[in-house]
Design a binder for this molecule. Structure first.
Ligand code: GLY
Length: 338
């Protein structure tokens, strides 16, 4: 899949070599007036992902990018790591189930041409990110849900597996004793892995995958598979992804709004902060406020990144050539009331 802009980018890169590109007032060289002052912007692959489980995911995605794999393949490979990790309680295998003891999964993936694939309320498939990618590649649709998503996955050769580990089942049975629904989305239970990538061509892509809120109602879908809520990107501007209480992110079209603020000139950090504060303003008198946590990561098309969360505890993994793969704590508006 290629368009005129891809062609211009590739042609420009071809003339100046991989590793740098030249911009003038946000335009690439092919589009800039001849007399413009040229500003060299360092351009390297860069990956950012939410939470500690972003670290091994980044490492795999980085390895794949360096091996020359297509960016979406690299994102898929990276996100499969936490999906298959039984110790991650908020993603894929080992994820906490809903109130009925069923592990239901949400995921999406999006490329620089705004092609998207998404699955929601999918049961029994270890790698929902892979099914989301197949939706993008092999269907005329953006999103498949529930039984239909499962039928599609089976038709694509995926196998049904039991995703409820004994440890997650034990915790669910303990929760059943009181059955109080009070989600705490913080470092202890990790939440969604969302990943944003700027690749060697300067193109943006991203993905999200999660088992959603622990002990949710059966059928509940969070923000993570919803393009514009859990993930959004515009290759002309930047990319953003969310973590935290999906209901709050859906109500505010969170990731799309972060990208729109970057379009208006805000840095990734400023955009994440402003939308987080908007979510706070909209929810400060809401019943969800007691346990509300949201966080955003963002990456613009110059390779600048940032993050911000409503409450303390959110961190994200960053991987680039210069500094390797490391964690950074996000700045936040408030600490938890204990
Ligand atoms: N952010 C994940 C969820 O609410 O499902």
């Amino acid at each position: 899949m290629s368009n005129r802009r891809d062609f211009i980018k590739k042609t420009t890169l071809g003339t100046i070599g991989l590793g740098t590109f030249i911009v003038a007032n946000g335009m690439n060289k092919a589009e800039a007036p001849f007399s413009s002052v040229e500003v060299k912007v360092k351009k390297k692959p860069l990956i950012i992902s939410t939470w500690n489980h972003g670290l091994p995911a980044n490492a795999e995605t980085w390895k794949q990018l360096k091996a020359g794999k297509p960016t979406l393949d690299a994102i898929e490979a990276g996100m499969k790591i936490p999906e298959a990790d039984p110790n991650v309680r908020s993603v894929g295998y080992g994820g906490y189930p809903d109130r009925e003891g069923k592990v239901t999964l949400d995921a999406c993936i999006m490329d620089h041409n705004s092609n998207c694939g998404s699955v929601s309320f999918l049961e029994g498939i270890m790698h929902p990110i892979s099914v989301a990618k197949r939706v993008l590649e092999n269907t005329p649709h953006v999103m498949l849900s529930g039984e239909g998503a499962l039928q599609f996955a089976l038709s694509e050769g995926f196998k049904v597996e039991n995703l409820l580990t004994p440890e997650a089942e034990k915790d669910w049975k303990k929760w059943l004793e009181e059955s109080k629904y009070k989600p705490v989305i913080n470092i202890e239970n990790h939440d969604t892995i969302s990943m944003l990538v700027i690749d060697a061509d300067g193109n943006l892509s991203g993905g999200c995958t999660t088992s959603g809120a622990a002990w949710k109602m059966h059928g509940r879908v969070g923000d993570s598979p919803i393009i514009g809520a859990g993930l959004f990107l515009d290759n002309e501007v930047g990319a953003a992804a969310a973590t935290g209480l999906g209901e709050a992110v859906i109500r505010t079209a969170g990731s799309a709004m972060v990208v729109e603020l970057m379009r208006q000139g805000k840095s990734p950090f400023e955009a994440c902060k402003e939308i987080t504060e908007r979510i706070y303003e909209k929810h400060k008198n809401h019943r969800d406020m007691e346990y509300l946590q949201v966080g955003f990561i963002a990456l613009n098309n110059k390779g600048e990144h940032g993050a911000y969360s409503l409450r303390s505890g959110f961190n994200y993994a960053i991987c680039d050539e210069e500094k390797g793969n490391r964690m950074e704590d996000a700045k936040f508006k408030m600490t938890w009331d204990k």
